[in-house]
Design a protein around this ligand. Structure first.
Ligand code: DP6
Length: 326
């Protein structure tokens, strides 16, 4: 009754921003991501008749009630699907800087979904696994697969057609994704709360919805064509549009700090000097800079000249779920 799985985080090129169903984590729009090799969560789950409740360890520390309840609600879903009533010990090791906008919830819920369904010997395919992971955190449904992944929003009310699909494997096109750390602290407005406030109150959200499908079409074709310039242009524009919606929310909010803007401007300056690099930002202050592998070292060197940059993690397209020996 024990299984261990590893899932990698993903970075959205075309963002998931807004839900049409909050309970089932059904998104308003399709999104597109790259699964990253360097950041991942490894989770073991062991179910046992000996337990009276679930136990959750993260990086070797026993988690308190709030974190454990969140995990239990997710395991309840899996217990319901499998018909099991057993509680489990969940032991997770995270290599992702937690909650700094590096999407640790994506790898966390993807690994938990994979390990717990395997421990209960559920016979499910990746489409179902992705649907399960989605209900822990939306972006987790993309981390089931490696490489380039599209999350199709689906039309069904029960979410049965809303899951991640691989469009290119991690070996088919190499890109460099530099994760630039400017702020290691927890973010102030969580993505869940931020997207809800935006959908409910921002007049700019309609502009987002009107253009995101076109952005996705362009980005997807650029990936098939291995056309980095077109992809870079559209992913940067898409990120800026997502962040623009937050400024129109009530109350308004902003994920950027002055350090975020300094990195953005540096990337623009690199481009002005003929180095092809583009940025994207999730629900936090840190920046991911994309470039082609041959430019990776020079881009890194230039970004490191900024005093606000604390660390740069080098990532490339990485694998989907892997199962490890217990
Ligand atoms: C800005 O997947 O963290 O990173 O579904 O509420 O858990 P919940 O949100 P989450 O949102 C991610 C938002 C984003 C864009 C993206 O990853 O597509």
């Amino acid at each position: 009754m024990k299984a261990t799985a590893r899932a990698h985080t993903n970075i959205a090129l075309i963002k998931y921003w807004g839900k049409r169903d909050e309970k089932l984590f059904l998104p308003m729009n399709n999104s597109l991501s790259i699964t990253l090799d360097a950041f991942y969560t490894t989770t073991s789950v062991e179910f046992c008749t000996c337990l009276k409740k679930d136990i959750f360890l993260l990086n070797g520390n026993i988690m308190g009630e709030a974190e454990t309840n969140k995990m239990t609600r997710f395991l309840d879903l899996i217990r319901k699907m499998s018909g099991s009533t057993l509680y489990g010990v969940v032991d997770s090791i995270n290599t992702v800087p937690t909650a700094a906008g590096f999407a640790s919830s994506a790898s966390g819920f993807a690994a938990l979904a994979a390990a717990s369904t395997k421990a209960l010997k559920m016979e499910i395919n990746d489409d179902i696994l992705s649907q399960i992971a989605r209900q822990g955190s939306g972006s987790a449904c993309r981390s089931i697969h490696g490489g380039y992944v599209e999350w199709e929003k689906g039309e069904q009310l029960d979410g049965s057609d809303s899951f991640g699909k691989q469009i290119l494997t991690e070996n088919e096109w190499d890109l460099s994704i530099l994760s630039v750390l400017v702020e290691p602290n927890e973010k102030k407005v969580l993505s869940r709360e931020g997207m809800k406030r935006t959908v409910d109150t921002s007049p700019f959200y309609t502009g987002w919805l009107e253009t995101v499908d076109d952005d996705l079409t362009v980005a997807k074709q650029a990936i098939y064509d291995r056309d980095f310039e077109t992809l870079g242009n559209v992913l940067e524009r898409n990120a800026l549009k997502m962040h623009a919606t937050t400024l129109g929310a009530n109350p308004p909010f902003m994920y950027w700090t002055s350090a975020t803007v300094a990195v953005m401007q540096k990337v623009q300056e690199l481009r002005d000097n003929g180095i092809s690099a583009y940025y994207t930002i999730d629900a936090g202050p840190n920046v991911k800079v994309l470039c082609q592998p041959e430019d990776e070292n020079s881009v890194r060197e230039k970004l490191m000249t900024l005093s606000v940059v604390q660390e740069i993690y080098h990532c490339h397209p990485g694998p989907g779920i892997t199962y490890l020996p217990n």
